[in-house]
Ligand binder design. Structure first.
Ligand code: ARG
Length: 585
C-alpha cells in the first residue's frame, strides 16, 4: 500500500509555506477551490490580508514571488481580482500523481485514517411478521452505502439491525398459532416469498379473531404476560415468527444484492434484560420521573399542542417497556460494550423527535459522553409519480419485492435493446445489476433528508444522472481496453496533456478527498455526484481525444492509462455505494 498525497494537498502546502514566508505570523487556510479560469483558485489571501491589515493585492503579489514554479508542481500562478491566486499545475505533476494512484490497487492511493473511530450503524431494520416497505428500502440502501464509505476511510463499523421483534402484537400471533398449530410450517421455510405469505396469512387471520372474539382477546393478553415472563413454550413460538421472518428478510436483502450478517441482527428484544436497569438508573439519578404511574423524561424545548410538554416514556404505568427503553438500553450497550465513538441511526426522518429525546436522555444519564457523537440520518419519504407517498393504485403500500422485480424487468428491456453480443443469460444477469443499481442510485443521488419520486423510467434512463449512465461509461472503457489488444496502459509524464485530459486527471485526484468528505458528512449523494461528474468528464475527454487512434504509441498508452484509472475509480466508487459495474453492457 502506497498512499499518494493529493495534488490539492501538495499545492496547499506550497501556498501555506509561501504565505508564512511572506507574513510569518499568518496562519490562514489558503482555501483552494477548483476554478474555471485555471486549475485552482486560492481565496485565502483576502482573510490573511484582513488579519494583517495589509492590502490584499499587494500581499498576493508578494506571496506569488515566494512560490517556486516549474514542471514539478505549480506551472503558473497569477494574481487575480482583489487578491485571489489562480494556479495552473504542470502536466507532469498531474500524470505522475495519477501514475502513483494507478499502482495502488483498490485504494487508488487513498490512505486510511490514522486514528479511526468505531461507528455503530443502525440500519436495515424491518419488523417481524410484517411486510417490508419502501421506507425499509431506504434505510438499507443508505446504510449500506454509508458503511461502505466509512469502511474505506478506515473507520471500524459495526452494523446493528434493530428489527422490531417485540411487542404486544406477539400475544395475538402466538395465541393464534397455539390454537391453529398447522398455520406456520414446523420447519422453517427456505423460500422468502412463501415465508412472508405464511406470516401474512397468520397475521390477518389472528387479527380477525382478535377483533371479533372477546375471549380470544383476553387469551392473547394473557399470552403477552407469558411472553414477557419468559414462558418456554411461548418463547419457542415467538422464535418461530422471528426465524420465519428472517427467511423473508434475507430473500429481500439478497435481491438488493446486499450482505447482512446474522450476528448483526440484534433486534429490540435483545435489550429486554437490560431495560429494568435502564429504568432504575434513570429514576435514581432523577433524569426520569414518575408521572401518573409511568416513568418519563421531560424536555424544556419539546412541546406539543397547547404548549404541553411531550415526555419520553421509559416505562408505562402497567410496568411495560417500549421502543424508547430498548433504544436507551441499546445505547448503553453500544457505548460501554462495543466502545462506539459514533452512533449512527439510518431511520425515517419522522422518527427524529424520538431520537432527539433518546439522545438527550442518554446524555443526561451520562451514557453518551462528549466524545461520542449520536446522529439520526433521517431520510425522507419515497413518493409516487403523483408526488404523494408511494402507494399502489389500490392505495396499499407497495411490496418491496414487486418493486425490485419491476426495476429488473425494465432494466432487462434497456439491456436487451443495447445488447449486441450478449446471450439471454448474460442479459438477465446484467438486468439484475442494472435494475438494482438503478434503484439504489436514484435513492443515493438525492440528499437523504429529501423526499424523492420513485420513477422507474427515469431511473433506468441511459441519459442523465443515473447508475446506468455510469455503468455504460465503465463498460465502454472495458471495451476500449479489450480492443487495445497488445498495447497496454502506461503513464508517460513527459507528454503534454489536452485540456480535457487535465480536467479528468484533476477530478481523478479528488476521489479520496470526496469519499472522506462524503463519509464524514454522512452524505452519499456527494460521492454519487462525484461519480456522475467523473463519467461526464470522461465522456468529453473521449470526444476530444482519440485513444486508440492517437498520434504516437506513447500517447495511446497514456490515454489508455487515463481510461483504465477512470474505470477503476468508477468501479471503486460504485462499489462503495453498493452498485455493480458489469464488464460488458
Ligand atoms: N423497526 C423500526 C421501524 O420499522 C426501525 C428501527 C430503527 N432503529 C432504532 N434503533 N430505533 O420503524
Amino acid at each position: 500500500m502506497a498512499s499518494v498525497t493529493s495534488l490539492t494537498d501538495l499545492v496547499n502546502q506550497r501556498l501555506a509555506s509561501a504565505l508564512s514566508a511572506t507574513l510569518p505570523e499568518a496562519s490562514v487556510d489558503p482555501l483552494l477551490r477548483r476554478s474555471d479560469r485555471a486549475d485552482y483558485q486560492a481565496n485565502g489571501i483576502l482573510a490573511a490580508a484582513k488579519k494583517a491589515k495589509a492590502n490584499p493585492r499587494e500581499l498576493a503579489t508578494q506571496v506569488v514571488s515566494n512560490i517556486t514554479t516549474g514542471a514539478d508542481l505549480i506551472q503558473d500562478v497569477e494574481v487575480s481580482g482583489p487578491g485571489f491566486l489562480n494556479l495552473t499545475l504542470s502536466d507532469k505533476a498531474i500524470t505522475e500523481n495519477l501514475a502513483a494512484r494507478y499502482t495502488d490497487g483498490d485504494r487508488l492511493g487513498v490512505a486510511a485514517k490514522a486514528n479511526p473511530g468505531i461507528t455503530v450503524i443502525d440500519y436495515a431494520q424491518p419488523n417481524v411478521a410484517k411486510e417490508m416497505h419502501v421506507g425499509h428500502l431506504r434505510s438499507a440502501v443508505i446504510g449500506d452505502a454509508l458503511r461502505g464509505m466509512l469502511d474505506f476511510t478506515g473507520e471500524q463499523t459495526i452494523g446493528r439491525h434493530h428489527i422490531g421483534d417485540w411487542g404486544t402484537q406477539f400475544g395475538m400471533l402466538i395465541q393464534y398459532l397455539i390454537e391453529n398449530p398447522d398455520q406456520l410450517s414446523p420447519e422453517t421455510d427456505t423460500d422468502g416469498e412463501q415465508a412472508m405469505s405464511n406470516l401474512n396469512r397468520v397475521y390477518k387471520a389472528s387479527r380477525a379473531v382478535f377483533d371479533a372474539d372477546e375471549d380470544f382477546k383476553e387469551r392473547a393478553r394473557k399470552r403477552v404476560v407469558a411472553l414477557q415472563s419468559g414462558d418456554k413454550e411461548t418463547l419457542d413460538l415467538w422464535q418461530r415468527f422471528v426465524d420465519e421472518s428472517k427467511v423473508y428478510f434475507y430473500s429481500v436483502f439478497e435481491k438488493l444484492d446486499m450482505e447482512i450478517r446474522d450476528d448483526e441482527i440484534v433486534g429490540e428484544s435483545a435489550y429486554n434484560d437490560g431495560m429494568p436497569e435502564t429504568a432504575r438508573l434513570l429514576e435514581e439519578s432523577g433524569v426520569a420521573v414518575r408521572s401518573e404511574g409511568a416513568l418519563v423524561v421531560f424536555f424544556d424545548d419539546i412541546r406539543g399542542k397547547d404548549d404541553q410538554p411531550v415526555p419520553l416514556i421509559v416505562q408505562k404505568a402497567d410496568g411495560g417497556f417500549g421502543y424508547a427503553a430498548s433504544d436507551l438500553t441499546a445505547i448503553r450497550n453500544r457505548v460501554a460494550d462495543l466502545h462506539a465513538t459514533s452512533l449512527l441511526y439510518v431511520v425515517d426522518v419522522r422518527q427524529s423527535l424520538h431520537f432527539k429525546m433518546v439522545f438527550e436522555t442518554a446524555r443526561r444519564a451520562g451514557w453518551l459522553t462528549d466524545d461520542v457523537t449520536a446522529h439520526n440520518m433521517g431520510y425522507g419519504t419515497v413518493l409516487g409519480a403523483d408526488g404523494k407517498p408511494f402507494k399502489t393504485r389500490a392505495g396499499e403500500t407497495v411490496r418491496l419485492e414487486d418493486l425490485l422485480d419491476e426495476a429488473v424487468q425494465r432494466a432487462a428491456e434497456v439491456v436487451r435493446d443495447k445488447a449486441q453480443d450478449l446471450t439471454e443469460d448474460e442479459i438477465q444477469e446484467r438486468a439484475q445489476q442494472v435494475g438494482i443499481g438503478a434503484v439504489k442510485y436514484a435513492d443515493l443521488s438525492t440528499s437523504p433528508n429529501r423526499d424523492y419520486k420513485f420513477d422507474l423510467d427515469q431511473m433506468v434512463s441511459l441519459n442523465g444522472d443515473t447508475s446506468v449512465y455510469l455503468q455504460y461509461a465503465y463498460a465502454r472503457i472495458q471495451s476500449i481496453l479489450r480492443k487495445a489488444g497488445e498495447v497496454r496502459p502506461a503513464a508517460h509524464p513527459e507528454l503534454e496533456l489536452h485540456a480535457a485530459e487535465r480536467a479528468l486527471g484533476l477530478h481523478l485526484d479528488a476521489f479520496g478527498d470526496t469519499v472522506f468528505e462524503a463519509a464524514a458528512e454522512y452524505a452519499p449523494h456527494k460521492l454519487a455526484a462525484y461519480l456522475y461528474q467523473l463519467a461526464s468528464l470522461y465522456t468529453s475527454f473521449y470526444d476530444k481525444c482519440p485513444v486508440l487512434k492517437a498520434d504516437t504509441t506513447e500517447q495511446v498508452e497514456n490515454r489508455l492509462f487515463l481510461c483504465d484509472l477512470t474505470a477503476r475509480t468508477l468501479h471503486q466508487g460504485m462499489a462503495l455505494l453498493g452498485i455493480r459495474t458489469p464488464e460488458r453492457l
